[in-house]
Each structure stands twice: as structure tokens, then as C-alpha cells.
Design a protein around this ligand. Structure first.
Ligand SMILES: Nc1ncnc2c1ncn2[C@@H]1O[C@H](COP(=O)(O)OP(=O)(O)OP(=O)(O)O)[C@@H](O)[C@H]1O
Length: 226
């Protein structure tokens, strides 16, 4: 599926006025392609992901998923689209301390009402895909930072999404582990035909991207991939 943000403007209340976080932003994410979003702190990158994830409704513009505008949907419909079509790997989406890596994934399916057997099989497959088959029974404190990040990526794929939204996937990792996570996101994007949008502060990551969008003061411009 293609995600297309079209002329999106988002403002937040700011004292007596409004702060423009996204200023007529347009962005295309195509299946099998990795779009990197870069820009200074406070430029609007997280806001962009939140709009794409349908967690925030923009003031104007469209969020098109295969041509359907998600902005017009009601809350229940948006929740369904998010659950069925969108994978979210945000920094704030922490792992639950008491659950094993496998359970971090199956709990998602459980909440969505899926039968445990199918969910367990898919979760194991995903942990295998991110290189953690042997660690399926470990809890977060028994995993390295890079392994925990892999679990969050696998969890983001649990609903077999078409669109994957990733916020700063390597910020807590050293450069070697960060590079491995980038390789993983690149590979999964290609193999699973995901339309991936990834916010990153690390310019080394741009070599992995098919498209690079720079956001400055809420305005987006396309950069040539590195
Ligand atoms: N809930 C909010 N209410 C008011 N202003 C907000 C809110 N969230 C973000 N902002 C402001 O909107 C602007 C864009 O913020 P955003 O978090 O999207 O930037 P960012 O590029 O992700 O920054 P960083 O790289 O530091 O995470 C900033 O000026 C920020 O202060």
C-alpha cells in the first residue's frame, strides 16, 4: 500500500496563538521503499509520524492510504486502520518488563482478539526474522539494547502492516548495533514490501534510504539519497 501525505498542516496551541509544527508537508511512501526523514530538533519529525499513524489529526491536508483519506475517518475507523495496516515502532513504545520477547508480540494479537496458536507461530517467525529466535523466552532486562530494539521492530510487524513508521530506531545504540538495526529495517522493508517512513538523526543511515525528506521549521523538502 502507498501512503501519501498531501499538503498537511498541523498546528498546536501555543500561548495565545498557534505553533505551526507542519507547514504544507507532502510525502510519498511506496511499498518496498525506505523513506528517511531528517531535520533539526523541534522541526516537526515526530509530529509527521504521529499524523501518518493517525494519532493526531492535521488542521488541513490529506493522509491517503492507497487513495483513501484517513483524516475523514471517525475514531473507531482510524483505530481499525492503525491496527490492521500500520506498524508503529516509536521510542515511547516501551517493552513490558514482566513479559518475554515472545509475549511482547503475542499480547498484541491477544488484544486484537486473535487465536493464540496462530499468533504464537507468527510471533516466533518474526522473532526469527529479526535474529532473536533463541531469545524468545527472555524478558527485557535479559536482552541487550539492540535486542530490545529488535523486539520492538518485530512487535511493530505483528499485525502484518503495509506501512511501517519508525522513530529514531538507533538512538540508544552504539554505531555498530545501530548499523545492524538499519540493515534489518532495510531488509524487512524490501522483503515484506513495507512502505517504511523512518525518522533518524544519523546521516550515515541515509545511504540505506530510497528517499530522503528533510524537515526544517515544519517544511519538507526532498533531498537526493546519499
Ligand atoms: N503536544 C504539543 N503541544 C504543543 N507544541 C508541541 C507539541 N508537540 C510538539 N510541539 C512543538 O511542535 C514542534 C515540532 O515538534 P516535533 O516533536 O514534531 O519535532 P521533532 O522534529 O520530532 O523534534 P526532536 O528531533 O527534538 O524529537 C516543536 O516546536 C515542538 O515544541
Amino acid at each position: 500500500m502507498t501512503m501519501h501525505l498531501n499538503d498537511v498542516t498541523l498546528t498546536y496551541p501555543d500561548g495565545d496563538g498557534r505553533l505551526t509544527a507542519l507547514d504544507h508537508v507532502t510525502l510519498h511512501a511506496e511499498p518496498g521503499e525506505l523513506t528517511a526523514v531528517v531535520g533539526p530538533s523541534g522541526s516537526g519529525k515526530s509530529s509527521l509520524l504521529a499524523v501518518a499513524a493517525t494519532l493526531i489529526t492535521p488542521d488541513s491536508g490529506q493522509v491517503l492510504l492507497d487513495g483513501t483519506d484517513l483524516v475523514g475517518l471517525n475514531a473507531k475507523q482510524r483505530t481499525r486502520v492503525r491496527r490492521d495496516r500500520i506498524g508503529i515502532v516509536f521510542q515511547s513504545a516501551n517493552l513490558l518488563a514482566s513479559l518475554t520477547a515472545l509475549e511482547q508480540l503475542t499480547v498484541m494479537a491477544h488484544l486484537a482478539g486473535e487465536a493464540p496458536t496462530a499468533a504464537g507461530e507468527r510471533a516466533l517467525e518474526l522473532l526469527d526474522a529479526v535474529g532473536l529466535a533463541a531469545q524468545a523466552g527472555r524478558r527485557p532486562h535479559q536482552l541487550s539494547g539492540g535486542q530490545r530494539q529488535r523486539v520492538t521492530i518485530a512487535r511493530g510487524l505483528m499485525n502484518s502492516p503495509s506501512v511501517l513508521l519508525v522513530d529514531e530506531p538507533t538512538s540508544a545504540l552504539d554505531s555498530e548495533r545501530g548499523a545492524a538495526i538499519l540493515d534489518l529495517i532495510r531488509r524487512l522493508t524490501t522483503e515484506r514490501e513495507l512502505a517504511t517512513v523512518m525518522v533518524t538523526h544519523d546521516r550515515d543511515h541515509l545511504a540505506h534510504a530510497d528517499r530522503v525528506v528533510e524537515i526544517v521549521d515544519g517544511r519538507a523538502q526532498a533531498l537526493a539519497p546519499a
